[in-house]
Design a protein around this ligand. Structure first.
Ligand code: FES
Length: 107
């Protein structure tokens, strides 16, 4: 099972085995990871699942789809080039070792 590391803005770090086929957001929510709210439950309507992908692991991800790109304009914390909506990051084996940083706030 791919292992994903979540690092909070306060420096808490958790590495979690997340099942293939779920999402980086669900891996966070089901394990009470600090800093991911996911108000809309993964329907790409809230941007409260915003994460910053660690620069060293960006190559593990597919590019954003247009809808995700638009929603990233509504994040509570500043959008950066490595910003993603974690609900849109469907977990694959290739994502083993992915590191994401959760923002200071989501709303
Ligand atoms: Fe709402 Fe990702 S959970 S956009």
């Amino acid at each position: 099972m791919p292992k994903i590391t979540y690092v909070s803005s306060s420096g808490n770090e958790r590495s979690i085995d997340v099942p293939v086929g779920t999402s980086v957001m669900r891996g966070a929510v089901f394990n009470d990871v600090e800093g991911v709210v996911a108000q809309c439950g993964g329907n790409m309507q809230c941007a409260t699942c915003h994460v910053y992908v660690d620069e060293t692991t960006l190559d593990k991800l597919e590019p954003r789809q247009p809808g995700e790109d638009e929603m990233l304009d509504f994040t509570a914390c500043t959008r950066r080039p490595n910003s993603r909506l974690s609900c849109q990051l469907k977990v694959t084996e290739a994502m083993d070792g992915l590191i994401v940083h959760t923002p200071e706030r989501q709303d």
